[in-house]
Design a protein around this ligand. Structure first.
Ligand code: PLP
Length: 409
């Protein structure tokens, strides 16, 4: 008889986005003539850059010829892509990485979800709240989260990020073994300055805490004071793993490619106090459980760093960030309070008069026919907020703001 991992049974029944889809479908059935604008799910809408498409075509052709055909590649990724990443994403910022510290993957979700495999089940876990749900759910699956009580897991330390504290997480008064940070942040669209991030790196150095730093939205940073990588902070290589993704940078949500940096200096400890390099463990994890990202995909990602690729990516980011600007101005003009959107493609809207997130979501859907994401779906501190994404088509963003303005009036 096979026994199930009962921790999975603790997870709440359905996933946030399927709940939203159900509500939107009900609305569409009952209001078939209404045109709904979806600014809920964080998926991109612009096609892949031309340089990426060309590189993929070329790679496909190589696969058709005996001499250039590729079978299994290195589990950690091809050196042509690793070298391009090190040179363009890190060396340019004065960060020096060894190729063996970079692990190419099929997107940041897999590694942010799987990283816990190399960590014991009884580590304490901290998250900023609200947060990308994968961090918490994957810890629930591993048995690290405890039990769910009033929307909070008993063994997770929630660090609230609210308008009251300018969305800057305060250092906890206790030590935490593993801490998730995501900057620029999904869902709030806010960032941490170098000074603020430094406080967390110092906290981790003092408390022997492992920081799991998700920089999936790094490409959206506009402000020079906002760090692109946690390794811009001195000492961070001793305490942090960083996750990156080509999904939002270059429209790879359907292509699937990202990477994880596990510095060689980074250690964690056994119960007997022996220090173990996490790079070695993660390499073992990947060699056993992952067979590499496809050659075609890695060539596509490499093209993001070509001169044409860089230009085209910049144009796409500018397009979404212009959407964000239009939306932020539009929301502010209604008198609603809105945060984020300056260094990230997310706008975090405070609901009027403290209205619950789901109620505001439904009113927005039924009265303005615009779909957002209820903030509470990202954690207890998201209650009273709604997330809108700037990933839509320009005309949809403009029309959504027109509807919002008429509705709020
Ligand atoms: N991390 C954050 C914060 C995200 O918002 C997302 C996707 O929305 C991911 C990771 C996953 O991205 P990927 O498409 O690379 O798996």
């Amino acid at each position: 008889m096979a026994l199930v991992n009962e921790h999975y049974l603790k997870l709440p029944g359905s996933y946030l986005f399927s709940d939203i889809a159900k509500k939107v479908n009900t609305f569409k059935v009952t209001h078939p003539k209404q045109d709904v604008i979806r600014l809920g799910i964080g998926d991109v809408t612009q096609p892949l850059p031309d340089a990426v498409i060309k590189a993929m075509h070329k790679a496909v052709d190589e696969m058709a010829i005996k001499e250039t055909f590729r079978g299994y590649g290195p589990e950690q990724g091809y050196s042509f892509l690793i070298d391009a990443i090190i040179k363009n994403d890190f060396a340019n910022r004065g960060i020096y990485l060894d190729p063996s510290e970079v692990f190419i993957n099929d997107g940041a979700k897999s590694d942010t979800g799987n990283i816990g495999d190399i960590l014991r089940h009884d580590n304490s876990v901290g998250v900023t709240d609200p947060i990308y749900p994968v961090y918490i759910d994957s810890n629930v699956m591993a048995g690290r989260a405890g039990v769910l009580e009033d929307g909070k897991w008993s063994n997770i330390v929630y660090i609230p990020c609210l308008s009251e504290n300018d969305f800057v997480p305060q250092l906890p008064d206790r030590r935490i073994d593993i801490l998730y940070l995501c900057y620029p942040n999904n869902p709030t669209g806010t960032t941490l300055s170098k000074t603020e991030l430094k406080k967390w790196v110092n906290y981790a150095l003092e408390n022997d805490t492992l920081i799991l730093f998700d920089a999936a939205y790094e490409a959206y940073i506009q402000d020079p004071d906002v760090p692109h990588s946690i390794y811009e902070i001195k000492g961070a290589k001793k305490v942090a793993i960083e996750f990156r993704s080509f999904s939002k940078t270059a429209g790879f949500t359907g292509v699937r490619c990202g990477y994880t940096i596990v510095p060689k200096e980074l250690n964690a400890t056994t119960l007997t106090g022996e220090r173990i390099p996490l790079n070695k463990l993660w390499n073992r994890h990947q060699c056993t459980k992952f067979n590499g990202t496809s050659y075609i995909t890695q060539r596509a990602a490499e093209a993001v760093y070509s001169p044409e690729g860089k230009e085209q990516v910049k144009e796409i980011i500018n397009y979404y960030m212009t959407n964000a600007k239009i939306m932020k101005q539009g929301i502010e003009a209604t008198g609603l309070k809105v945060f984020g959107g300056d260094n990230a493609p997310y706008l975090w809207v405070k609901t009027p008069n403290g209205m619950p997130s789901w109620k505001f979501f439904e009113q927005l859907l039924y009265e303005a026919n615009v779909v957002g994401t209820p903030g509470v779906g990202f954690g207890p501190s998201g209650e009273g907020y709604l997330r809108l994404t700037a990933f839509g088509a320009r005309e949809d963003c403009v029309e959504a703001m027109r509807r919002l303005k008429n509705w709020i009036k």
